[in-house]
Design a protein around this ligand. Structure first.
Ligand code: G3P
Ligand code: MG
Length: 252
């Protein structure tokens, strides 16, 4: 009805699995988001030294695991032994880092959609996009296809070559410079803006260009109502305990 290609994804997307309610980017977080009714998840994906795609937000291990140093300095065999849950709460002790493969299996088992944010370590953009794009193209079954997003233009360019069938979204902290031309050149289907950066001007421009509009990270009723008023298609939230993924903002 809006003249845009159909958009197969749920409106509400659980950030890093379940926001801050469980250790971010772990299977425990996905399970909690799912228990709250969420059927689409955003997660941050990077590579180990030996090229295994796995979930981790930071370049370094300290904040969300009991490991030390740059994640890229370790092979997967070493990363797989780390504790990725105890930092969050004692009951999550023993939770492991999740491979992308395990997260895809979770989504298949539960009929969920996925937004894979390519979060390469600096300098690892090309390899990350190629390996992650190739793995997803190989193992993902069914529809909708995973939405690949990144702040890295290099990563999105490489994803477009390696996995052209996977839809892409350009992440923007601010709407500056030639954001629209960049999104179009990358063949993106969506722009995913920091929630407070969205306004009527950017929404009108994105819509006129045929782009879907998403926002991160939407954690209050006020913000959700403003963004839905602007016509946004997707809201990425930490507050899986507050926003019902099927209903209006504020309903639990
Ligand atoms: O993908 C949206 C959002 O996750 C981007 O910011 O730092 O939470 O990965 P960050
Ligand atoms: Mg992210």
């Amino acid at each position: 009805a809006d003249g845009l290609p159909s958009w197969p994804y749920p409106r509400w997307i659980a950030h890093r699995g379940a926001g801050r309610l469980a250790p971010e980017n772990t299977l425990a977080a996905f399970a909690l988001g799912h228990a709250h009714g969420y059927r689409m998840f955003e997660c941050d994906v990077r590579l180990s030294a030996d090229g295994v795609p796995f979930l981790l937000h930071d370049d370094r291990l300290e904040r969300t695991t009991d490991g030390r140093g740059e994640a890229l300095g370790h092979d997967w065999a070493a990363l797989a032994r780390l504790d990725a849950g105890a930092w969050h709460a004692p009951r999550h002790a023993g939770e492991r880092l999740a491979t992308l493969e395990a997260v895809v299996a979770f989504c298949h088992a539960h009929g969920c959609a996925l937004n894979v944010e390519l979060k390469p370590a600096p300098g690892d953009e090309l390899r990350t996009a190629r390996v992650v794009g190739a793995q997803l193209a190989l193992i993902w079954r069914g529809t909708p296809a995973p939405l690949l997003s990144s702040f890295s233009v290099i990563a999105l360019e490489a994803a477009a070559v390696t996995a052209p069938a996977l839809p892409r979204g350009l992440l923007l902290e601010r709407f500056c410079g030639d954001w629209l031309a960049t999104a179009q050149r990358l063949g993106c289907v969506a722009v995913i803006g920091e929630q407070s950066a969205w306004n009527a001007q950017w929404a009108t421009q994105a819509r006129a260009a045929g782009l879907r509009m998403l926002a991160y990270t939407v954690n209050t009723d006020e913000d959700a109502e403003r963004l839905l008023g602007l016509g946004l298609d997707g809201l990425i939230t930490d507050r899986v305990d507050h926003f019902s993924p099927d209903g209006a903002p504020g309903q639990c």
